[in-house]
Ligand binder design. Structure first.
Ligand code: CA
Length: 228
């Protein structure tokens, strides 16, 4: 999962970044709304964590702007304001969830997980896809009933594909989800991870779409679900 964190308190930001990193998620952290706007429009993160009190204004104003542009990226708002009016305002603006500071980091990660599941149409943290049984929360993976160990980056790749069955990702989009925005990447690194996942889980787990990129293989797509 690729999370954009918009928080101007450096201590809180680094605490959140560490907690999300331990979940194996990619985090890009910025402290101002206009920086967040650039990333949301260019890179389409899976989720945004948005502080309200930012140096360049109220984080909610950016959420409102995105919703007006039909950008549907799930947003969890962090706010120090706990009045009912402020909470309703946040949800009415198009935020998907909110947490009041100070909050528990475990609660934050569990809410993010739930938001991500909802945005990708999954109800439970675990799912069965063809020969695979996957538990993203506990990072457990069974292939034909046998436990398979995959690396942190392979988890990120698998999660991106499974959460958007039928979607074809360009190599750039997958690299963002594996490495985040700023990390330098060797150009063939993605191909190495694709190769390794195929070796461990079967060739048809990832389908190459010629000239475009990659998508979840057809036999792994949830039954009865239309490929988009
Ligand atoms: Ca703030």
């Amino acid at each position: 999962m690729y999370v954009l964190l918009v928080e101007d308190d450096p201590l809180l930001a680094s605490g959140i970044e560490t907690a999300l990193g331990m979940e194996g998620w990619i985090v890009s952290c910025v402290s101002e709304g206009h920086q967040a706007d650039a990333i949301v429009q260019r890179q389409a993160p899976d989720i945004v964590i948005m502080d309200r009190g930012l140096p360049d204004g109220d984080g909610l104003d950016w959420v409102r702007l995105w919703r007006n542009k039909h950008i549907t990226t799930p947003v969890l708002v962090l706010t120090a304001r706990d009045a009912v009016k402020d909470r309703i305002e946040g949800l009415d603006t198009g935020a998907d969830d909110y947490l009041i500071k100070p909050f528990d980091l475990d609660e934050l990660t569990s809410r993010l997980r739930a938001l991500y599941r909802r945005s990708s149409g999954r109800a439970a943290p675990h799912q069965t896809l063809g020969r695979l049984a996957i538990n993203f929360k506990d990072k457990q993976l069974l292939h034909e009933g046998n436990e398979v160990n995959i690396s942190r980056l392979e988890w990120r790749l698998l999660e991106a594909l499974v959460n958007a069955p039928g979607k074809t990702f360009t190599p750039d989009q997958l690299q963002d989800r594996l490495y985040g925005y700023s990390e330098g990447v060797e150009s063939n690194a993605l191909n190495v991870h694709v190769h390794n996942l195929r070796r461990k889980l079967g060739n048809d787990v990832i389908e190459t779409v010629r000239g475009l990129g990659f998508r979840l293989g057809p036999c792994q797509a949830p039954r009865g679900e239309d490929l988009r």
